[in-house]
Design a protein around this ligand. Structure first.
Ligand SMILES: Cc1ncc(COP(=O)(O)O)c(C=O)c1O
Length: 388
């Protein structure tokens, strides 16, 4: 869609368009004797060593956190090749970012979204919570899991109330990055006037020789929201920080809708530390090791009899692999039994994904440490050598 054809005001929910966001004194003043927010002036009720630990790291945890998080947004902007905090909304994990997209754009009981299965389950869960219909355009089931543009167009024409198209690249559970060309085609569909949300939770795991993030495209496409997270490549799932990168217009509505202090000061502090040069070096090293381990597992899976094809293009930190029956066909029953037995008896938990379309008989296995991956290979070999 051209910048001219898209009007953000025509897709934002009417009640959000007229929303007067919550304002606090801290929006304007953050220094001095702060008696504006009914915080506890006596400090945190913690044992002295925990309090000292927080204080020594410069955290005022008895104060509400910064509602705007400009410093953190600037660091992310720099890392992603963007300028300025106005392109960002930060959420409690990208799960809050996903929910925020619904709350800003979809009128409950009226609007719809389009997803491209097999895909991340939270889009449908959030749709149900927000009373929003879900339409589907299945990915290609040729093992590559790419967008079926004709089907997307058909769905858009059949359901003019579709407000958001969720694309997941690299996909979960597919592990396949979508081609940039196909994402551009969705962004410029002539008959579509809604939002395209590209979930890039796993983007940093894509091989450098391939196409990477679309985050800088937000300067080009007025209807694009790129969603990222610090839970995966940054190894900070417990910190809960998700990121929406989008146009300043869309970011404005997302920020107006959020709870004022949604990002904890501890979260912000750790996230900011993760963008320091030394930390980024560790991030890159982790990705190098993970990539090597991914290649090692892919190679080793070839010689485990009873495993079938590895599906997708392996652009994330997991592998989606088929478990076969004795006829050599992908088999949900066997995959599920192995999943259960490994988890219950052997303390090895992977994910059974066989119920997802195009994933018959599949286990999704996260790439662990080299030692953990050795255990995966050993257990899978043992499990699959048992007679059926
Ligand atoms: C594709 C995708 N998006 C988003 C998320 C949620 O991430 P977060 O931990 O930031 O909420 C996940 C988590 O597994 C995911 O796979």
């Amino acid at each position: 869609m051209s910048a001219k054809a898209f009007s953000v005001k025509s897709v934002v929910r009417p009640n959000i368009l007229t929303l007067k966001p919550y304002r606090c004194a801290r929006d304007d003043f953050s220094e001095g004797i702060l008696l504006d927010a009914n915080e506890n002036a006596y400090g945190p009720a913690l044992n002295p060593s925990s309090e000292a630990a927080a204080a020594s790291s410069g955290l005022d945890i008895h104060r509400y956190p910064d509602p705007h998080q400009h410093d953190l947004k600037n660091l992310i902007a720099q890392f992603r090749g963007l300028i300025g905090p106005e392109h960002f909304f930060l959420g409690v994990g990208s799960d809050e970012v996903i929910d925020m997209v619904f709350r800003v754009f979809c009128v409950p009981g009226k609007d719809a979204i389009l997803i491209t299965p097999p895909t991340y389950g939270m889009y449908s869960v959030c749709a149900q919570i927000n009373d929003v219909q879900v339409h589907e355009a299945t990915l290609t089931l040729d093992g590559k899991f790419q967008l079926n543009i004709n089907e997307i167009e058909k769905q858009i024409e059949a359901h003019p109330n579709i407000k958001i198209i969720f694309l997941c690249s690299p996909g979960n559970p597919t592990g396949s990055a979508l081609t940039h060309e196909s994402i551009r085609r969705v962004l410029t569909l002539p008959n579509y006037k809604g939002i395209v949300a590209v979930d890039e939770a796993y983007v940093d795991f894509i091989d450098a020789s391939k196409e990477g993030s679309t985050s800088t495209w937000v300067k080009e496409y007025p209807n694009l929201i790129v969603m990222q997270t610090m839970s995966k490549s940054f190894g900070l799932a417990g910190v809960r920080l998700g990121v929406a990168i989008t146009t300043p217009d869309i970011a404005f509505y997302m920020n107006s809708t959020k709870a004022p202090y949604n990002i904890a000061s501890t979260t912000s502090r750790i996230a900011q530390e993760a963008f320091q040069p030394k930390a980024l070096e560790i991030l890159r090293n982790h990705i190098v090791v993970m990539t090597k381990e991914r290649t090692r597992l892919l190679e080793a899976f070839k010689s485990i009899s009873g495993l079938g094809r590895v599906l997708g293009t392996n652009d994330a930190n997991f592998i989606l692999v088929e478990v076969l029956n004795k006829e050599g066909k992908p088999c949900n029953e066997r995959a599920f039994n192995i999943y259960q037995d490994m988890a219950k008896r052997q303390g090895l938990v992977v994910r059974f994904r066989g119920k997802e379309i195009g994933c018959e008989g599949c286990l999704r296995i996260t790439i662990g440490t080299p030692e953990e991956n050795d255990v995966v290979l050993k257990r899978l070999t043992e499990q699959l050598s048992r007679l059926l």
